[in-house]
Design a protein around this ligand. Sequence first.
Ligand code: ARG
Length: 498
Amino acid sequence: MSVLSRVASAVRRIGSCILGSLAALALAVVMTSCSEEKATQPTYVVAMEATFPPYEFYKGGEIVGIDVDILQEIARRKGVEFKLEDMAFDSIITAVQTGKVDLVVSGLTVTPDRKRMVDFTRPYSGARQVIIAPKGAPAYSKDDLARIRVGVQHGSSGDVYVTENICEPERFTNGALAVSAMNAGKLDAVVLDNAPAENHVAGSPELTIQPTALVEEEYAMAVRKGNTQLLNMLNAALNELEADGTLRAIIDRHMRENKPENAQVATTALGRLVDNFKTDFIKNDRWKYLAEGFLVTVEIAAAAALVGIALGFLIAVIRSTADLTGRLKVADFFCRLYLTVVRGTPVVVQLLIIYFVIFGAVDINKVLVAIVAFGLNSGAYVAEIIRSGIMSVDRGQIEAGRSLGLGYGTTMRSVVLPQALKNVLPALGNEFIVLLKETSICGYIALQDLTKGGDIIRSQTYDAFLPLVAVALIYLTMVVLLSHLLKKFELRLKKNER
Ligand code: ARG
């Protein structure tokens, strides 16, 4: 067999392995999307950002609130089903525009800008943007606000109002986080919708809502432009709910119960810490957000690492074969293109593109999306790490192998690659550590990974300290364990060498 044909067959073997796994992945994708569509009643996917009490918020691990109750009532009356998707508020309009979800029900304010992007139902609730400030503060005018540090929820109508009329605010992923920043002395005021503001203030003894509201608003549901069928159904249902008083009853009941479950009582620092520990982790089984998030993080990181290794390995072999033998030029070109694109763009942007654009129209399991995104990303780095390992093996070794009568493929497999892998093990370990921590951006596509689990707790308890420390400790433990395993593996390889 000539050198070339051996290389080609080696590459083909690896290639078919990877193609096999990709095919399996694709099959899994198709199967998940099919199985989810097999409902008998029409099922609509609803986007919301669930840190917005009393409209949508987590209670005992479930999303509850005014919006959820209204949806339930509509589902019951119209014989449809709604599937809730908790996602970042600034992605919500894009999600409905791209067809990722069917509607938004998220305490969403009707604004002229949004009207250009989506179709709104009739309003179902009124609201206003209020100012949350420390108890002793003077009543702030707009001019005053322009001179102090103002926090808002990123992408909210409050954000737009402050930005256009007052000043450049500090933007937080949700109102609760802005309030906890104010509790920590990082802000002087927060501009927020009145109902969640009341809830947050009830949980923060030093804060109050100032008497004058900035602007009056109305909440409505939103669907993709032109989806009149869904729009008409929702409008008809909302009209019914209003006419028979159900709407009023739902809103009134939630407004009456609108307080957080934790009210601080302890006065000593230690007492507060113990109290916070109880509310952050014990109460309502909140530790489960971390435990479940941990599993999601491990699942995504481990599967993405496997995809990354397979892909990286294939690319490294193609690229170094092209370098060493001058063949496989076309494949090499595509590999380089892939490396440039993947390494030239931030992973969070890649994740969002894969979720909203590439898989925009399919209802695909988000864990799978994350595995694909992080696997594709990691593959680029693994490829360069392995390639550098291959290149670091002395060329004399290839010649030695060849002069023993081994072909290029066999020399690669049994002489070069084992040494290359051993040399790059520390760098590969590093890549896996980075990958594990990088998955913390999964919250962008509303996956509840470990970081997001901590965020949910923070948004419920207004305590930034303990949830963040707990999340950090869990990542740290995982990384220490991973490093330990890698070290053991390295030692084993060293022993085998002798
Ligand atoms: N009403 C504001 C808006 O539409 C804030 C809504 C925030 N909603 C939420 N579920 N986080 O921009």
